[in-house]
Design a protein around this ligand. Structure first.
Ligand code: C2E
Ligand code: CA
Ligand code: CA
Length: 755
């Protein structure tokens, strides 16, 4: 998404740049062309001005030369003899540059320097003009002897003499004078013409006689500019005009000469101007294009960098680096859209939380690197199980989340079992397969609640699945939610309850089978809740085990027990050893034994009176640590009991290696022996064996006379059960002990009363 908008923006930018460069180029080109045109105009105007000057000067010189010939002829007798005249003219002609020089008398007879004689060579009309103006130039005419085009010049004889002196010169001669000057770059044309457009001299040679009347070959157009020029020329004005001929733009400039009604006319094609402009234009266009290309490349480069860094940012925020899959952020981000799609299809969907069982242990045993490999493998396998529209992410550590379609609970449950069993198949390259088990919690989304609540519910379902050994997946239900609510309530009030003394100890006697006498007791906690009344430990100890509060509570019960001992001692009351339950969490604390010893000493209680009850499951976890603890407790004078023997994975081996003072048979164990002779035999054998190891055997949960009789028969030492006594409030326990310690007569009375 980001990428496309970025490139769109770049494209628009480049487009805008290209358009502005194109517009700029056009403007630039116009400017350049205008400038160049102005230059061309300037040069053509000055070229024709120069031409006018040169030509005026040239003609002026011709007249001066002719005038000097006339002056030299103005001598008495010079004109009288034709031979002399011819010789004289011939001499003069050699000195000047004319083709021929001559004299035409009043009788119209023209004598040429080459001896020819012609009548009225200069027509009478022109002779008259010569006299009137003092000089005369003919139009273009044919030379009388050569047939070449010529001009005829004439000046009147000075003084009293009649007649005129004339000279002829070829047009060709003057054409040289028109040869293009530097200003026209050798590309122009120059004419001398009269006001009607008749061409007198042309360079290069013109193929027509009249500029305005010329056909297709004319260098001048016959349009408006031609008309305007004719008008201006008829008024004797000078000027310039631009026009297009045969697709080519030209400039023409015209200015009058001093002689006759002649004009100098120059034309410069602006093709060179256009060419130069085009070259300039092309060059600047190429320059602009290269700038655009460089800019574009730069822009694309910057955008790529940007998109790369935004990709990196995306990875940081939305990708789990270890498994290279979505992380929780990405999952949450995609969740609502995916959920909406399911809703639209009317397909129920579920949030599934998958956790690797005992992943920490896996890490501890096989190392983090293997742990990472397992995570990657599980992630891959889970992701591969997705179908269209479903989502997956690694939530954190060893927790994975899935959003899956849930056609029915049964279908999804079955699917997850398959998925988890596949995901748990992890074998290393050397063939060793790690024992990976996965558990999942499923929240079938049935309510519009925030994501974190859904997550909570999936988590809750997972917790309940985990509690039931052997269960792979559990669905969230109201009951587990209520349980959580209760747990939360317990957690929020436990500290205050401890401070307010709401936790009480109850004491349950451990009795001698034969006599029923209280030989020992166990301290059991009760929560005297202000609203709920007396709460049994099963409802809060598991919660405290989870949150660690049990550590504080156990120490509190220990101190309560020690306080009791102290008081009894002070009051000289009978004493029996009391067992106190300690959670397995204490074993992680190396100071545990020392704290126990110090606390006992603080109350001045004999350590042998305190029995530390540790549950069997602790032992299963770590035999070595357990051995250290038991030895340490023994060293400090405490006795140690193994609680709940037979409830879990009891191992005789463990028993053999650990030096318990007492083993407490779990009440379930005993219940299983009910009506089961084989089980009874096993129990009997066990009791014998434990006793042979030197430990005391206490049977828990003795509820019937029959059970008591059986246990007594097989050699069990003591019984702890309702048949003998329920756990009692301290006061009642004290009374019971007191009664037992009365003299025999009083005791019998008491027994009778009970019966
Ligand atoms: P436990 O240590 O196995 O304690 C014996 C439990 O069996 C007591 O339950 C007791 O009331 C019950 N019981 C005794 N005789 C009979 C009988 O004849 N029939 C039946 N059905 N039950 C009998 P309680 O007091 O509810 O304690 C439950 C568990 O709570 C204890 O089991 C113990 O694991 C834990 N607990 C109690 N107090 C503490 C404590 O201060 N600290 C710790 N960490 N755990 C405690
Ligand atoms: Ca116990
Ligand atoms: Ca027990």
């Amino acid at each position: 998404m980001y990428k496309t908008t970025g490139f769109k923006r770049a494209f628009v930018l480049i487009l805008v740049a290209a358009i502005s460069v194109a517009a700029g180029s056009v403007l630039y080109w116009k400017q350049v062309t205008q400038r160049l045109s102005a230059d061309a105009r300037g040069s053509i105007v000055s070229a024709s001005r120069e031409l006018v000057e040169n030509f005026n000067r040239l003609l002026g010189t011709e007249f001066q030369v002719l005038a000097s010939v006339a002056v030299s002829l103005d001598q008495p007798g010079a004109l009288e003899e034709r031979d002399k005249l011819v010789a004289y003219l011939e001499r003069q002609n050699r000195r000047n540059s004319f083709t021929l020089t001559g004299y035409q008398g009043p009788d119209g007879k023209a004598v040429f320097s080459d001896g020819h004689v012609l009548q009225d060579f200069v027509p009478a009309q022109d002779v008259k003009t010569t006299y009137e103006k003092g000089h005369y130039i003919s139009g273009r005419r044919k030379g009388p002897f050569t047939g070449k085009d010529i001009l005829v010049f004439a000046v009147p004889m000075p003084g009293q003499q009649a007649g005129i002196v004339f000279a002829t010169q070829t047009i060709e001669f003057y054409a040289q004078a028109l040869s293009p000057n530097a200003l026209l770059h050798g590309e122009g044309l120059s004419f001398i013409l009269d006001r009607s457009g008749n061409i007198i001299v042309a360079y290069p040679r013109a193929v027509y006689d009249n500029l305005f009347a010329a056909g297709r070959d004319s260098v001048f157009d016959r349009g408006r500019s031609s008309l305007r020029m004719q008008q201006e020329m008829s008024r004797g004005e000078s000027g310039w005009t631009g026009y297009t001929l045969h697709g080519e733009h030209r400039f023409a400039s015209f200015a009058p000469l001093e002689y006759n009604d002649w004009y100098a006319f120059s034309v410069l094609p602006t093709k060179s101007v256009a060419d130069t402009a085009q070259t300039l234009m092309l060059m600047s266009l190429i320059l602009c294009l290269s700038i655009i290309v460089v800019l574009g490349v730069l822009l694309i480069f910057i955008l790529r960098m940007q998109s790369q860094s935004s990709r990196a940012l995306y990875r940081m925020g939305f990708v789990d680096p270890l498994t290279d899959t979505d992380n929780l952020n990405a999952f949450r981000f995609k969740f609502s859209r995916a959920a909406a799609a399911f809703k639209e299809k009317k397909m129920p969907y579920a949030l599934v939380l998958v956790n690797i069982n005992r992943f920490k242990a896996l890490n501890d045993i096989y190392g983090f690197e293997q742990g990472d490999q397992v995570l990657k493998q599980v992630a891959l396998s889970l992701r591969e199980s997705l179908e269209e529209g479903e989502l997956f992410c690694r939530g954190s550590a060893d927790i994975f989340l899935l959003l899956l379609a849930c056609p029915s609970r049964m279908e999804l449950g079955r699917r997850m079992e398959g998925v988890l069993s596949r995901a748990g198949r992890y074998c290393q390259s050397d063939g060793e397969c790690l024992p990976i088990a996965l558990t999942c919690g499923i929240y079938l989304v049935d309510e519009d609640v925030p994501f974190y609540i859904m997550l909570d519910r999936a988590n809750l379902a997972w917790a309940s699945a985990k509690q039931n050994a052997g269960q792979v997946c559990a669905f969230y239900d109201e009951q587990s939610r209520k349980q959580i609510v209760t747990e939360k309530r317990i957690e929020s009030s436990m500290d205050q309850a401890l401070r307010d003394g709401e936790f009480k100890i109850y004491l349950q006697p451990k009795c001698d089978f034969a006599t029923g006498r209280t030989c020992s007791a166990e301290a059991l906690v009760r929560w005297q809740h202000p609203k709920q009344g007396l709460v049994p430990p099963d409802q809060f100890i598991p919660v405290f085990e989870k949150n660690g509060f049990v550590l504080k509570l156990d120490m509190f019960i220990l101190e309560e027990t020690l306080r009791l001992f102290k008081r009894w001692k002070e009051q000289n009351k009978p004493l029996v050893p009391i067992g106190v339950n300690f959670s397995r969490l204490h074993l992680q604390d190396p100071r545990f034994m020392e704290v126990l010893a110090q606390t006992a000493d603080k109350y001045g209680v004999e350590r042998r009176l305190l029995e530390v009850e540790l549950t069997e499951s602790v032992v299963f976890g770590n035999v070595e640590l357990m051995k250290q603890v038991i030895d340490g407790l023994h060293e400090r004078g405490f006795s140690v009991a193994m609680d709940d023997f037979g409830s879990g994975y009891s191992s005789l081996n463990v028993l053999k290696n650990l030096d318990f003072d007492c083993v407490k048979l779990d009440k379930e164990f005993l219940a299983r022996g009910e009506g089961n002779p084989r089980m009874r035999q096993i129990i009997s054998g066990l009791v014998g064996m434990i006793k042979s190891l030197g430990a005391h055997v206490v049977a828990e949960g003795v509820e019937t006379a029959e059970q008591a009789e059986f246990l007594n028969r097989i050699g069990c030492d003591w019984a702890q059960g309702y048949w003998f006594s329920r756990p009692l409030p301290v006061e009642e326990f004290e009374k019971r002990l007191a009664a037992e310690n009365q003299p025999p007569a009083a005791q019998e009375a008491a027994q009778d009363k009970k019966a």
